[in-house]
Design a protein around this ligand. Structure first.
Ligand code: BT5
Length: 259
């Protein structure tokens, strides 16, 4: 079975941002499982107003519309479902096994291979009662390692060969399908959280977490909650992080790469 038997895939040569486009479609009533893919984005977005950049045709730029019934406390698991499906697609198509750097990066040897952006729109109903639209976008570098200075990498550099974007898209959709089902049940969400723990290279590391309000938490990443939040052990006890930029520190406290 191909991924396009499971998801409704809409393809574009160019969009501002696949996430922005799909959020608009969600407001217009698009169903769960709608997928938007573009060869190029003129205004690709990262978190907190940052940019996602990629020359045309070099990156898998794709977003999926989910309508989870869960509350915001479990929303990180939607990011995890997309990231873990991307890990599996890289393994199947490229023989590359990235780690997940909490909350939203795929990394190989601490270099950023992909980023995930989840955005909720409570105004875009239309799904099961109590659900909101959550659009989750993935940018996966295939031929270009990202802008200079960001410490990125791409599958072509990691494998020494060029890879077919459509095969990666199809492998990602096939890997995503069971994880979207998992998001719908309490047991499935526990399984996703456990899979994330097993893949997450942040766990066990000394970290500095920069929170959205500008404050900083430093300590050791000791665990992930069942909702996918990061637990950092600090001098004053454990702190649960719901959102932030994680910098992996070397044991002597120097940095190893940021968001
Ligand atoms: C992310 O944000 O990593 C989320 C990126 C999500 C992109 C996808 S593409 C499809 C969908 N549609 C969108 O508009 N977005 C999603 P964040 O953690 O904030 O990281 C952003 C930072 O990553 C930037 O500030 C740069 O430092 C770096 N960066 C930008 N482009 C990159 C690339 N191609 N490869 C590696 N790093 C990059």
């Amino acid at each position: 079975m191909s991924g396009e038997d499971i998801f409704e895939v809409r393809r574009f040569d160019q969009l501002g941002s696949t996430n922005t486009h799909l959020l608009e479609q969600a407001r217009a009533g698009a169903p769960e499982g709608t997928v938007v893919v573009a060869d190029h984005q003129s205004a690709g977005r990262g978190r907190l107003g940052r940019r996602w950049e990629a020359p045309p045709g070099t990156c898998l730029l794709v977003s999926v519309l989910l309508r989870p019934v869960t509350g915001p406390e479990e929303r990180p698991l939607a990011t995890a479902a997309v990231a873990l499906a991307a890990v599996e697609a890289c393994q199947v198509v490229a023989g590359v096994s990235p780690d997940v750097k909490w909350p939203n990066d795929l990394v190989v040897a601490d270099r950023k291979l992909a980023g995930v952006l989840a955005e909720a729109d409570p105004g875009a109903g239309g799904g099961p009662e109590g659900s909101v639209a959550v659009v989750v976008g993935l940018g996966l570098n295939i031929e270009w390692p990202g802008p200079p200075g960001v410490g990125g990498t791409c599958l072509a550099h990691l494998t020494g060969r060029s890879l077919d974007r459509d095969r990666l898209l199809d492998a990602w959709l096939c890997a995503l399908a069971p994880r979207v089902v998992a998001l719908r049940s309490a047991d499935g969400r526990l399984d996703l959280a456990q899979e994330l723990r097993e893949r997450c290279s942040t766990l066990g590391r000394p970290v500095r977490v920069e929170l959205v309000d500008g404050s900083v938490v430093e300590g050791t990443a000791t665990g992930l909650s069942d909702g996918g939040h990061l637990v950092v052990g600090t001098a004053s006890g454990p702190v649960v992080i719901t959102a932030g930029d994680v910098i992996h520190l070397r044991p002597n406290g120097s940095t190893q790469g940021g968001g």
